[in-house]
Design a protein around this ligand. Structure first.
Ligand code: ARG
Length: 458
């Protein structure tokens, strides 16, 4: 017998049952569902809406269901459709008539909105903790490689010298913004929807604040129709997750490039790499590639839910049952990616010598050579032109700027003094970049301090 059987003259087709059921997806919310029902039952008793002794029976019955669920003793059924009706059915089986009072003043529409919010509050915090772990790993690596000079790139062409530490700290910034996006989204998740009923609230004198307090919500929802229809909180989670995955994916892309034989900047630990079934020499950066790949999947989850929601009239529509499959998929995927990525990064070996070697070729100090002329009074645009011609000369003659003789240098500009070669040494090019946010040791000290303070402020 369905909990809603009364109005029907015959049973449900098994096709309908299978198609309609969400238990496979929503059973993971059993704890939230049960805790929500306990708070609701306690409130119904306190407000005199149901007899006090029934309220106690319901709470104890729910407690025993929770304990059994934790032990894996329960079998939820497709016939009972979803986690809400599975729990309610079990409760009635266990405690009889009193159990039939639980759903007073409540609808599955506000119930599912409650459970989903509670589950995603917890999930969001788990993701936040994992991003925080990643930030700590990046900061440690950045400190270690504060003075590891490497080529910085634009268009994947050598551009100007930076340090590995500075490059890593760029990712620190991205992931710290991701973290604050998740933290910020919690504020809007923190509104308790129970009391919205099916859509139009309830006629019973319920106490929504009491339920909110018991369940750890800071606020209650303001409008009963919005309370059951809003899935912004899941979309915000998916949006923040998509941006986080985009950042992870860019990082992975760089790791994959740096790990190639051509670059050789980094090597993954054996424990976080995989081999080839045919090519004995291969050691592949599969984790990085999979994270990059799974990014597409999380974007898909976001687009799926946006699309599910875009045409829905108020208030609840069954389409919304699809919200959990997409959101949970993103939650699981983001957690799995962070769980693999962070230890992969922390155990990777960066090859400083190789990075140093690769500083040659690519004229990373060409901007500094132009800056030298600017210091001698040459307008920047003219200096740019002079150095451009020098670079061209070097390419034709297979030289670097540093290889040019004083005669060669002065043939391009009589402004070059004998301090120019010292001026354009990579180390000096780097240390002059003292701008706030730049790669010099001094600027990096500030960045590292700020990063430490950020982590401590969370
Ligand atoms: N399983 C449903 C969901 O996830 C619960 C709400 C069902 N409400 C309803 N009126 N059919 O959305």
């Amino acid at each position: 017998m369905k909990l809603w059987q009364g109005r029907f003259q015959k049973g449900t087709s098994s096709i309908t049952e299978d198609f309609n059921s969400s238990i496979a997806v929503d059973q993971r919310m059993y704890r939230e569902d049960i805790l929500g029902s306990m708070a609701h039952a306690r409130m119904l008793g306190e407000c005199g809406i149901i007899p006090g002794e029934d309220s106690v029976l319901i709470i104890n019955g729910l407690q025993s269901i929770l304990e059994d669920a934790d032990k894996g003793l329960l079998e939820f059924t497709v016939e009972a459709e979803d986690i809400h009706m599975n729990v309610e059915t079990l409760l009635i089986e266990r405690i009889g008539e009193a159990g039939k009072r639980l759903h007073t003043g409540r609808s599955r529409n506000d119930q599912v909105a409650l459970d989903f919010r509670m589950y995603m509050k917890k999930g969001t915090r788990e993701v936040e903790d994992m991003v925080l772990d990643l930030l700590r790993v990046i900061l440690d690596l950045a400190k270690e490689h504060k003075d590891t000079i490497m080529a910085g790139y634009t268009h994947l062409q050598k551009a100007q010298p930076v340090t590995l530490g500075h490059h890593l700290m760029a990712y620190f910034q991205m992931f710290s913004r991701d973290l604050t996006r998740f933290i910020d989204s919690e504020k809007r998740m923190d509104h308790m929807p129970l009391g919205s009923g099916a859509l139009a609230g309830t006629t019973y004198p319920i106490d929504r604040y009491m339920v909110a307090a018991e369940l750890g919500f800071g606020k209650i929802t303001e409008n009963s129709m919005d309370g059951v229809s809003d899935r912004d909180f899941a979309l915000e989670f998916l949006g923040a997750s998509s941006i986080l995955m985009m950042h992870l994916s860019r990082f992975c892309e760089e790791i994959i490039i740096w790990n190639s034989n051509e670059f050789g900047y980094v090597e993954m630990d054996d424990a976080f790499s995989t081999g080839s079934s045919i090519m004995p020499q291969k050691k592949n950066p599969d984790i990085a590639e999979l994270v990059r790949g799974k990014t597409g999947r999380v974007y898909g989850d976001l687009v799926a839910l946006l699309t599910i929601m875009k045409g829905l009239p108020l208030a609840y529509n069954k389409d919304m049952q699809e919200d959990k499959e997409t959101t949970f998929d993103a939650l699981d995927t983001v957690k799995a990616c962070l769980a693999a990525f962070t230890p992969m990064l922390s155990t990777a070996t960066f090859n400083k010598d190789r990075m140093m070697e690769k500083l040659r070729g690519g004229f990373l100090n060409a901007t500094d050579a132009a800056d030298y002329l600017v210091m001698q009074g040459v307008p920047f645009r003219s200096a740019h032109e002079v150095i451009g011609r020098m670079v061209n000369y070097c390419i034709i003659n297979g030289k670097a700027l540093d290889d040019l003789s004083q005669d060669e240098l002065t043939s391009f500009s009589d402004k070059f003094g004998n301090d120019i070669l010292e001026f354009i040494k990579m180390e000096n090019c780097l240390q002059r970049r003292k701008t706030y946010g730049g790669p010099s040791s001094a600027a990096m000290d500030t960045a590292i301090d700020n990063a430490r303070n950020f982590i401590e402020s969370i």
